[in-house]
Design a protein around this ligand. Sequence first.
Ligand code: FOL
Length: 223
Amino acid sequence: MMNLPPLTMIVAATQANGIGISRTNTLPWRLPREMAYFARITSAAPEGKMNAVVMGRNTWESIPEKFRPLKGRWNVVLSSREMPHLIGIPNTVHLASLSDLGSVQPPKPIYRFFIIGGAALYKSLISHPSFDRILMTRVVSPDYEECDVFFPDILESSEALPGAAKQQSEAPAPEDTGKASQPARWTKASHAELQAWAAVPVPEGIQEEKGTKYDCQMWVYRW
Ligand code: FOL
């Protein structure tokens, strides 16, 4: 049996959490350097190990055929539907649920599990006990108002707190006792912490590609 290690969601989202366009089943933008960052960070693993990229059916179908399966990574496609066309594709497995991971053997020991979307899969894993990290590329501008697929509201309450990035959300209110009134525990890591965790180059500060501005962030759930 395979014991589930920590789960990291990776996503690029607008400030309104827009991540995609349903009609075309595509990302709202084409950002080659941002995509290269996605490929780099999801691929980086120590010698003898590999990472898993876990995705839903729509996300699998959205990846251009020439990039499928995502190379150098174990591609895990979750869907309750049958996906007979996935049988025999190297480094690729179809499962009905993450809890079925124990019934399959990865090509190499898995170093990290990256949840790469889409919206339905992200939403289904919000309360998963092993989910504790989000690599969020925040698309600052433009707004991409054509988005109609959204990342769930996980960080909103944390972002709204003054000094969320400085982890001041840890400080409880004076008369605060019960768990229900605990402050948000999602805290934004520093660039240095993201860089150290990634072990590959991470763009620092606001990036710009073809008029789109974005910021590569890491958020961690701290107990
Ligand atoms: N996270 C981030 N930060 N950016 C994204 O674009 C992103 N996209 C998805 C999930 N998390 C993300 C899901 N969509 C490919 C295409 C779509 C996709 C994820 C990956 C893809 O083709 N990736 C290739 C690189 C292709 C290239 O270099 O243009 C890969 O090898 O990873």
